[in-house]
Design a binder for this molecule. Structure first.
Ligand code: 5RP
Length: 215
């Protein structure tokens, strides 16, 4: 299913332009599919070091986001997605760079299998990237939101920070929660992609790939 949905994303890549590339096992399938297009795109922007390495191994040129004036499309997976195409991301720890690339992209395409589609976000623990000095403070503030904050073990992000996974939330208003978490001093960003959700979701099931747009 991951390969099928990765392949279905290829027609969204704009020839002659730069493509934003996400992180994770589904995104890895997309990178493998993108290899055949490498001479027809200007290059790619990577949302993590792991993705940069995989792109380069396929001979795809990786550009610094600051060199890029236009990014027509960003393709990435998700840990959860709802019918409004709001997502939880960051299971792979790349949430901050993913959010930056998504902010620049004109179109965000989520590629996922049907297990990722949920009615209410929050069963998947919400990742929050934290400046190490602020860990105790942020953990206490996150606990006030009602969930159980757990520091992710043996995880340093590509930006040199830590991740707290916030367990046990039922996220009724994802955009409001995203704003609230952003206000906590010491938070770099959260894995809630609600204020900038996906524009479309390619969702794979046993019977094929369907396209979801926000309801
Ligand atoms: C990485 C992410 C991934 O997109 C998310 O974890 C989904 O990964 P996978 O495709 O392996 O299920 O946000 O930070």
């Amino acid at each position: 299913m991951k390969q099928a949905v990765a392949r279905a994303a290829i027609p969204h890549v704009v020839e002659g332009q730069v493509v934003g590339v996400g992180t994770g096992s589904t995104a890895n399938f997309f990178i493998d599919e993108l290899a055949s297009l490498r001479l027809r795109i200007r290059g790619a922007v990577a949302s993590s070091e792991a993705t940069r390495k995989r792109l380069e191994a396929h001979g795809i040129e990786v550009l610094d986001l600051n060199e890029v004036s236009r990014l027509p499309v960003y393709v990435d997976g998700a840990d959860e997605i709802n019918r409004s195409l709001q997502m939880i991301k960051g299971g792979g720890g790349a949430l901050t760079r993913e959010k930056i690339v998504a902010a620049v992209a004109e179109k965000v395409v989520c590629i996922a299998d049907q297990s990722k589609l949920v009615a209410v976000l929050g069963r998947f623990p919400l990742p929050v990237e934290v400046i190490p000095m602020a860990l105790g403070h942020v953990r206490r503030e996150l606990a006030r939101l009602g969930g159980e904050p757990v520091v992710r073990e043996h995880c340093i992000t590509d930006n040199g920070n830590l991740i707290i996974d916030l367990h046990g939330l039922e996220i009724a208003d994802a955009a409001a929660l995203e704003s609230r978490i952003n206000q906590i001093v010491g938070v770099v960003t959260s894995g809630l992609f609600a204020r900038r959700p996906a524009d479309l979701c390619l969702l794979a099931s046993g019977s094929g790939v369907q396209t979801l747009v926000a309801d």
